[in-house]
Design a protein around this ligand. Structure first.
Ligand SMILES: Cc1cc2nc3c(=O)[nH]c(=O)nc-3n(C[C@H](O)[C@H](O)[C@H](O)COP(=O)(O)OP(=O)(O)OC[C@H]3O[C@@H](n4cnc5c(N)ncnc54)[C@H](O)[C@@H]3O)c2cc1C
Length: 474
């Protein structure tokens, strides 16, 4: 039987796409890189996923898992061709309010989980800005963070168990309700593995109580340095706010022009701070944050008076990437992380790099975590600009590593940063990671040529190192 007839017989014609336009749509995520899907499939159950994995193995065809395709590193782009396995139909949610947990299908949209848990007084803490679209499977695969990662940790802190289909087509459950399972932490390994070890079909996640009270503050600053210094001083004062998010002036103007969220456009930077807990606690922390801000030159310290006002401020922050469309047809977003105490230094370096390459750069980021998101606005049709954008991006990443940072704070490596892995890891580190991948995926079925650069296995050293495929960048 051909691959197509195998897939159709197992999943039904309606769950297999093969038309060129349909394949085109599923050949790219939210990054600037495109692949070429051979087929797109929509398994309706974990058993279907297992069957697709076995079929792909028989036909030697790669499989790329896809949630909502909001990833920013080409993780879900089938740049080596193959079957794109869309998890859309794996959308069950089983809340266990007594245990404050839920078994959640990989295709469930992040925000839908919190909406379903809300009547039980619970929510799912990881809240990527893309939460109205991205899936739990994508969150697990990328170990995603969000504005509230500062106090609650990223996705890995909230995953108790996983149901995974490995390369032999077996459905395996890792972890479970009981804390601290003995033995090697294979679940921990799968979280953040970006679809390179297996396909996650369900996740057992921790749910947290909805906090009784919240204060959301907006502070404006005369300089970016004053804003980031405030961030460090808030943490040094012993507080861990739920969120500390920063936007520079260019970003604030772009958001205001679009959404009119009430952000001050004349300030060099604005800081959105949120504290949660009991009423007395949040009031006292809010006033302390205000004092620290004023001591660093904050002109105005607003506290959201109503839930609508709070929601509008967050809408402004979470829609920042969308606001980029006003400035240029394309943008390139970098995700890197530095120790919080290095924020002042790194922000100066980042602006200097953008100026040197004559690029328009905006900043909006999870300042409390030191997780930077410099955005470069450009027009890809302008000759030579894409080259400058990539060179500036690489310099930004190198500068972050130099001050003790990491390649990615939350978006993962995918294809985008695969070739930068050598900046952060030695050949021995990469070889160890490649060996681990081989244990789970001996034939390289899952998301090939993502995360690890070519030649990561020691026996490959000296061999041909293939570049990112021609035409992958748009
Ligand atoms: C506007 C915008 C804002 C964003 N804000 C944030 C943010 O605040 N924080 C943050 O961390 N990220 C953010 N992101 C990035 C992105 O939304 C996250 O990485 C998200 O978790 C990806 O989920 P997805 O369902 O879209 O996954 P996809 O893009 O479909 O896939 C991402 C990766 O996960 C793999 N994968 C997907 N599902 C599975 C599965 N079931 N099993 C195994 N592997 C799987 C894919 O192969 C791919 O490697 C943002 C993106 C956009 C466009």
């Amino acid at each position: 039987m051909t691959l197509l007839s195998d897939l159709r017989q197992t999943l039904g014609n309606e769950n297999v796409l093969e038309e060129p336009l349909e394949l085109y749509i599923y050949s790219k995520d939210a990054s600037l890189m495109r692949g070429e899907a051979t087929f797109v499939v929509f398994p309706q159950s974990a058993e279907h996923v297992a069957a697709v994995v076995q079929i792909a193995g028989r036909h030697g065809m790669p499989i790329v898992a896809r949630g909502a395709g909001t990833g920013l590193t080409a993780g879900a782009s089938p740049t080596e061709g193959g079957i794109v396995l869309a998890t859309t139909a794996l959308n069950s949610i089983e809340i266990d309010s007594d245990n404050r947990t839920a078994w959640v299908g990989a295709g469930v949209i992040n925000l839908d989980l919190s909406k379903t848990a809300a009547p039980f007084g619970l929510h799912f803490a990881p809240d990527p800005s893309s939460q109205s679209a991205c899936t739990i499977g994508g969150n697990v695969a990328n170990n995603s963070g969000g504005a509230h990662t500062l106090s609650e940790g990223s996705t890995t802190s909230h995953v108790l168990g996983l149901e995974v289909v490995f390369a032999d087509g077996e459905i395996v459950v890792l972890g479970g309700q009981a804390p601290d399972a003995p033995g090697l932490d294979v679940k921990g390994l799968v979280v953040g593995s970006e679809g390179t070890l297996g396909i996650v079909t369900r996740a057992l996640v921790r749910l947290l109580p909805i906090e009784p009270d919240v204060r959301t503050l907006l502070l404006d600053f005369p300089t970016v340095e004053a804003a980031v210094t405030t961030v460090s001083e808030i943490i040094a004062a012993g507080m861990i706010p739920a969120a500390l998010e920063l936007m520079d002036q260019r970003m604030t103007i772009a958001v205001e022009n679009w959404l009119h969220a009430g952000l001050p456009v004349d300030a060099a930077a604005v800081l959105l701070a949120e504290v949660v807990g009991e009423r007395e606690g949040v009031d006292s922390q809010a006033s302390q944050i205000g004092e620290i801000g004023r001591a660093n030159g904050a002109g105005d310290v607003q506290i959201a008076k109503t839930e609508e006002h709070r929601a509008l401020l967050w809408k402004g922050r979470k829609s920042a990437f969308g606001a980029m469309a006003q400035l240029a047809p394309d943008y390139y977003l970098h995700d890197a992380v530095v120790p919080r105490t290095k924020l002042v230094e790194i922000m100066r370096t980042i602006y200097e790099i953008a100026d040197r390459y004559e690029l328009t750069l905006l900043n909006v980021f999870h300042a409390g975590d030191g997780n930077l998101h410099p955005l470069i606005a450009f027009d890809a049709s302008e000759p030579g600009v894409a080259d400058r954008v990539h060179k500036a991006g690489e310099e930004i990443v190198a500068a972050c590593l130099k001050v003790g940072g990491a390649l990615s704070g939350e978006h993962g490596i995918g294809l985008e940063k695969r070739d930068l892995m050598r900046m952060a890891f030695t050949e021995i580190d990469l070889d160890a990671q490649a060996r681990l991948k081989e244990v789970f995926d001996p034939t390289g079925l899952f998301n090939p040529r993502k995360v690890l650069p070519d030649g990561s296995r020691c026996f490959d050293f000296g061999g041909v190192r293939r570049e990112v495929p021609e035409g992958a960048w748009i």
